[in-house]
Design a protein around this ligand. Structure first.
Ligand SMILES: *Cc1c(COP(=O)(O)O)cnc(C)c1O
Length: 378
C-alpha cells in the first residue's frame, strides 16, 4: 500500500517519467530468436542493460528463453547471479582482469579471454581448481580493440599446453561496422573470423551483434550477442527500424512564460527571440543525460506538435518554444514527449550528434522509472 502510494506520487511529481515496456522487450527477443534460429540468441545486458535496469530486463529475457547473458565487467555478472536462475551462462566481454580469476571461477562465470596473458592465467586457475574451466576466446579481426591478434592465435594453436584445462566454448569476434550493410569491413572481418576459427574446429562461433544479425545467416554463427535491438534501437542505419520501441520518456513542464521579440534565452544569451514567443522550461538537463549538444537544436513534442529547443541546455532544465500550441495546452506539471512515438531514439541521437546507445545508457536516475507491459503501468 505504502509502495503503491509513493509510486503514484512519484508519477505525479517526478521530473520525468521513463516508461520501459517489458512486453516489447520480450517481443524483440522473440523476434530476434526467430530470425536467428537455429542460431541461439544470447543477450547483451552490460551497462545495466543499456541503462534500462539489468535486474528488471534480464529476468524478462530469461522468461522468453534466453540463457546466455553478456556483460562487460565481472561485477555486472556477479550482480546478475542474484536475479537469474542457476541454468544461465554469464559471459564477461571485457576479459579476465588480473586477480579476478578465483572469483570468476568460483562463481561459474565465463570470461572472454582477450590476450595470451588472460588465457595463461585462466589455465593456471583451472590447474589450481583441478577442473576444466569454460571460456570464450576472442579474436581481433579488424577493430583493434579487444581480442587476440592473429599471431597470438597461432601461438595458442601451436602450443595447446597453454590452454590446458580450459574448455573453449566459443570463439568470438566483434564487427566494427555491422550497422552499415554495405561496409566492406563486414565481409573482411567474416573472412578473418573463419580463417582463425578453423584453427579451433571444436569451438562454436559467436559473432553477430544486433547489426550482424541483419547482415544475414553467414554472420550468425552458433550464438549471437544482440544488445541495442532488444531495447528497441535500430540495428541497421538508414532503413526502417524492425524492432518494437521499448522506451518512452516524458518530461515535466516547470514554468511557462511569454517573451517579446529580442529576448535572450538561457546561458550565454546565445538564443535571441525573433518575435514574441511562448516558452516552456522543462525539467531535464545534461545531468539527466539530455545532451548539451541539443542546445538550440532538436525538439520535444506535445502530441504531433514539434516544440523546438531554444537556448542552451542547462544542468537541470531546458527551454522549448511552445508558440505552435494553442494557448493553455500546457501548464506547469504537464508532460512533454522527449522519446516516444513522435521522436525515436535514433532521431534525438542524430540531433545530438550521437547514437541511440549513448542516449539510452545516459538516461538519468532522476526520472521515475515505470516498468510496464504493453504500455500499461504495472
Ligand atoms: C556491446 C556489445 C555487443 C552488443 O552490440 P549491439 O550493437 O548493441 O547489438 C555485442 N558484442 C560485443 C563484444 C559488445 O561489446
Amino acid at each position: 500500500m505504502h509502495g503503491a502510494l509513493s509510486s503514484l506520487s512519484a508519477r505525479t511529481t517526478a521530473s520525468g517519467i521513463l516508461t520501459i515496456d517489458l512486453a516489447a522487450l520480450g517481443r524483440n527477443y522473440a523476434a530476434l530468436s526467430t530470425r536467428l534460429a537455429p542460431t541461439i540468441a544470447g543477450a547483451v545486458v552490460k551497462a545495466d542493460a543499456y541503462g534500462l535496469g539489468a535486474d528488471r530486463v534480464a529476468p524478462v529475457l530469461y522468461a522468453h528463453g534466453c540463457r546466455d547473458f553478456f556483460v562487460a565487467h565481472l561485477d555486472e555478472a556477479l550482480a546478475l547471479k542474484d536475479v537469474l536462475a542457476g541454468d544461465v551462462r554469464l559471459f564477461v566481454l571485457n576479459g579476465l582482469v588480473p586477480g579476478a580469476e578465483g572469483r570468476c571461477a568460483e562463481a561459474n562465470i565465463v570470461p572472454v579471454l582477450n590476450c595470451l596473458d588472460q588465457a595463461t592465467r585462466w589455465a593456471q586457475q583451472a590447474a589450481m581448481a583441478g577442473r576444466e574451466l569454460p571460456a570464450i576466446l576472442q579474436f581481433d579481426t579488424g577493430m583493434s580493440r579487444l581480442g587476440l591478434a592473429e599471431s597470438e592465435v597461432r601461438t595458442l594453436t601451436d602450443r595447446p599446453d597453454l590452454l590446458a584445462g580450459v574448455r573453449v566454448l566459443f570463439v568470438m569476434s566483434h564487427l566494427a561496422s555491422a550497422d552499415e550493410p554495405d561496409n566492406e569491413q563486414n565481409p573482411a572481418q567474416l573472412a578473418a573470423m573463419r580463417r582463425l576459427a578453423d584453427r579451433f574446429p571444436r569451438a562454436a562461433l559467436c559473432f553477430a551483434n544486433s547489426g550482424g544479425i541483419f547482415l544475414g545467416a553467414a554472420y550468425h554463427g552458433a550464438l549471437a550477442r544482440p544488445g541495442i535491438a532488444l531495447y528497441g534501437g535500430a540495428p541497421t542505419a538508414g532503413v526502417a527500424n524492425p524492432m518494437t520501441p521499448v522506451v518512452r520518456l516524458d518530461v515535466r513542464v516547470i514554468q511557462i512564460r511569454t517573451v517579446p521579440a529580442g529576448t535572450r534565452v538561457g546561458y550565454g544569451g546565445v538564443h535571441v527571440t525573433s518575435a514574441e514567443r511562448r516558452l516552456a522550461t522543462i525539467a531535464c538537463g545534461y545531468a539527466d543525460g539530455f545532451p548539451r549538444h541539443l542546445s538550440d537544436r532538436g525538439a520535444v513534442y506535445c502530441g504531433d506538435v514539434r516544440l523546438p529547443i531554444v537556448g542552451r541546455v542547462s544542468m537541470d532544465s531546458t527551454t522549448v518554444d511552445i508558440s505552435a500550441l494553442p494557448d493553455g495546452t500546457l501548464a506547469p506539471g504537464s508532460l512533454v514527449e522527449v522519446i516516444g512515438p513522435h521522436q525515436s531514439l535514433e532521431s534525438i541521437a542524430a540531433d545530438a550528434g550521437t547514437i541511440s546507445y549513448e542516449i539510452l545508457t545516459r538516461l538519468g536516475p532522476r526520472y521515475h522509472r515505470c516498468y510496464c507491459n504493453h504500455q500499461e503501468p504495472s
